[in-house]
Each structure stands twice: as C-alpha cells, then as structure tokens.
Write a protein that binds this ligand. Sequence first.
Ligand code: ZN
Length: 334
Amino acid sequence: MLMQHQSEKAKTDILKFLPQLRPDVEYKEHVIRLPFLNSPFFSHKGRPLVSKALREAGLTTLGGVCGRGGDCLFFDKNKTLTGLKRAGGVFKTKQILDLGMSITQGVEKSWRTLTSRGMLMQDDAVKFLLYQGAKSTSLPQIKTKVIYDILIQKLIKRPAAELRWAAIFPTKTVTSIWCNLAIPFLSHAVFNTDFKLRHRRYYSSIVLHQIHKLKFQRLCPVCGLEDEDFEHLILRCGALSGFKTYVCQFLKTGCGATAAQLAEWDWVWLFGLLRQGRGGITMQVNTLLSFARHAAVLRRNYALFENKKVNVKELFKNLLKAHTAACLQGGSVH
Ligand SMILES: [Zn+2]
C-alpha cells in the first residue's frame, strides 16, 4: 500500500516537474485512452483527481467513464455508477459526480476540438512528447540526461539572498559566497552568524519596527544616526567603520594579507577570500573575518535587545582568545 502510494506520488511529482511532457493526442481515440487520475489536465479545486473506488473498479481512462454524445466526449454518470456497482466497491455518489464534472471540464478545456475527430487509427496508443520551447521530441528518443537536467533546473532554486547581493556587488560572482562558509573549528554560533548574514536572515530595525512599532525604532541602535536596513547593520553603520579598518589592518599585519587581496574590502569583509590552492593565508583570514562579523552582530544585538553598549574591538579580541584557548585545550586532549 505504501509502495503504491509512493509510486503515485512519484508520478504526480514528475508530472509537476515536467510540464513540458504532454501526450501526443491527435484523435478522439487517443483522448479516450488517456488516464485522468493524477493527471495535470484534470483537477478539482486545484488538486489532481484521486479516487480509490474508480481505480479499484478499473475505471481509470476517459473511455471508461465517458460517453459520446454527437461530437462531444463527456462524463457519463450512468455508465460510471453502473461500472462502480458492478465492481462491488464502496463509493460516495456525490464525490464521483464532482469528479465527473472536472473530467468533462478537463476534456472541454484541453481536447474539445479533437474529440470531434473520430478517425480510428490502427496504432492508437497514446505517445508522449517532451516540449522544450517550440521543439518537441518523442519520449522514447529522450536521453536520461535531458530528463535529469530538467529536473535539476526545476528543483534547484537560486537562494533569494543571491539576487540582492548581486545587485550590491554587480561585478562579483555571487555564487562564490557559499564556497567558504563552512570553516573548520568554528563554533556553531559563529557559523550561524555567517550563515544568517549570507542568507540576509537578520531582521533590521526597519523591519522590526514594522512588526512591532512600540518596541522597536527604525533607528540604528548602535550609531543612533541613521535608519538601520540590512546593509547598514553589517556594512555601512558609521560606528562599524573604525572596527572594519582595524580588522583590515589586523589582516595585513597579523596574517600578511596583501593590499591587492583586500582591495574590494566590503566584499572581503562580508564573504572572505576565495581559497586558491593549498596552504596560504585564506583560512586564517576567513576565520578572523568570521569572528569580526560575529562580534559586530553581537555588539548590535546587545544594543538592540539589552540596551547595552559594548566595545566591539574588545569583544572581537575576547572571542579570539576564547577560540584559541579552546583549540589549544582540544589539541592537548587529543
Ligand atoms: Zn548605525
């Protein structure tokens, strides 16, 4: 039962992800052979048609439940109910009639002109075509790779934050911001800050004010001079500029980062350096930057939620000290 349910789900998933896949329907004989359960061409209140009773009675194609009046193909109530009674299953007449209405509407919408063409073909099995733009290919001729490529395109969505970052840094390849996210040995809290920053998941004061006007002001809780949007929070706040300069200097003198490496400082401050080859200073620089951003966010959160003023440089140094101590402790234990 579970297997059947899973295979039904897989079928509807594939139909959902492959709207380009359509039956090659030319004649009425093709139409009456079409299945209507879980088909994207038939729906009731926006959902695919499902009926255990019809399935068990073997009434799953349009031919099984439709009658032909003149040129039209329509749901035949008497034929369907007689078929269901003969099969001996349990069913609710109203549900079947609702479903029937959706079937008639589906046929009308998709194949009205074709159902009047009743020419009987010798080979009247329904074939499927895959539409890619204007081009269509018969399903047996499609290579598996093409199907996988389409599924991948449908399933993988670009993170919403990337679009915003791309607008701020138009010359940079924003997909690279995910490359150096997972730095070894960093605490979960530090990783979490970076993860949320890259996904732009911090509520700025402007947003918080919209949510709770009495509790939050739009004004930046740190500098108190400008409204705090997301970029202000981590990039543009006046109270952050001195600290950013200090960190930049620290990376040059402490790690040997070159001026060229730090040239696009706002970008590096947010996303670090891309690793080039083995060794080098990339890991060191990125680790320090993660702590610096974490300190900046902590300082802002202290000001916002606890009304506390904290020296961000001291906070940064303390975080580094605690990290170094933890690493040394870890080293001596193992
Ligand atoms: Zn500010």
